[in-house]
Design a binder for this molecule. Structure first.
Ligand code: GLV
Length: 319
């Protein structure tokens, strides 16, 4: 029998069960996330591993798993994987783009609406018995009509967020290394500095790379207009959280919505007590439909490599 495909976590949906009917699988039961030593031990002699974005697939882990031929990340992002090490060792790396685009764009909008219309504050007020009847000035928020939505990173998810903006009457501008026209969306491409200066709401959609690490730092945060909102559903370290907290404390930012954190799963204590901050636990793609589709695509990638075929969504080509 072929070597089992290892899953570092039991993924939602029935894709693993369907695979198990035709191939050997080894599925971890969940529990704590794995560190490097735990990952190395769990993957062992497997030729294929389906990983989570929180699994640190470092050179050390790869060195300890000499049979490994494919790392099929069940995420669109792959900053948890040492790509250089995989390349050097001839290991394929794959990800799960496209299938999670719409769910993640929806969640970015959920955060935009939550922070601008103070949804979480309102919920807390009602539950705590603080709602004593309609008032003209109760929980005034900020309207979106006619304002500019700035998108940092105009890839698949950034463009899906832009497509939704017309429904809220927002102008769209973006910064990206490439001009990327999106059918049906009129969007201006600006430099990052111009984009920041123009954005009433800034939404982050770039991958985490050495170039994007802390692109929202003290200096760049100062370029946002007073009263701007910042939403991040990409990767935490794109924003310098210390600088973000300072911008909130100074009152210059009106609100922040985060699904991701610089030192995930830890959250900067300066964010926790603020009512104008909405915090989610990295759930951008968390619908049953999307997570099942991600599992299905990750499995397709792993199986393709084991069967000597081209995987559908490669990031690094192996031997
Ligand atoms: C989620 O953050 C992903 O990269 O899929």
């Amino acid at each position: 029998m072929s070597s089992p495909i290892a899953f570092t976590w039991p993924l939602p949906g029935d894709e693993i069960a369907r695979l198990a009917e035709v191939r050997a699988v080894r599925v971890r039961e969940g529990g704590e996330l794995l560190d490097e030593a735990g990952l190395a031990e769990f993957v062992g002699n497997a030729e294929a591993v389906v990983t989570l974005l929180a699994d640190p697939m470092t050179d050390r882990v790869m060195a300890a798993c000499p049979s490994l031929r494919v790392i099929a990340n069940c995420a669109v992002g792959y900053d948890n994987i040492d790509l250089e090490a995989a390349r050097r060792r001839g290991i394929w790396v794959t990800n799960t783009p496209d299938v999670l685009t719409e769910a993640t764009a929806d969640l970015a909008w959920a955060l935009i609406l939550a922070v601008t219309r103070r949804v979480v504050e309102g919920d807390a007020m009602v539950r705590q018995g603080g709602f004593h009847g309609w008032r003209p000035d109760l929980l005034l928020g900020t309207g979106l009509q006619g304002k500019t939505l700035g998108i940092v990173g105009y890839g698949r998810i950034g463009r899906a967020v832009a497509r939704r903006a017309a429904g809220f009457g927002m102008e769209v501008a973006y910064s990206d290394s490439e001009e990327r026209p999106e059918p049906g969306v009129s969007a201006r491409r600006l430099s990052l500095e111009q984009l920041l200066a123009a954005s009433h709401v800034l939404s982050i959609h770039c991958p985490l790379t050495p170039e994007t690490h802390h692109i929202l730092d003290v200096r760049n945060l100062r370029l946002l207009p007073d009263g701007a909102f910042v939403v991040n559903t990409a990767r935490g370290p794109v924003i310098d959280e210390e600088a973000l907290v300072a911008a909130l404390e100074s009152g210059r930012l009106a609100g922040v919505g985060l699904d991701v954190y610089e030192a995930e799963p830890d959250v900067h204590p300066g964010l926790l007590g603020r009512t104008n901050v909405v915090l989610l636990p990295h759930v951008g793609s968390a619908t049953l439909e999307t997570r099942s589709a991600m599992a299905g695509l990750a499995i397709e990638n792993a199986v393709a490599v084991l069967d000597g075929r081209e995987p559908p969504t490669p990031v690094v080509r192996g031997d």
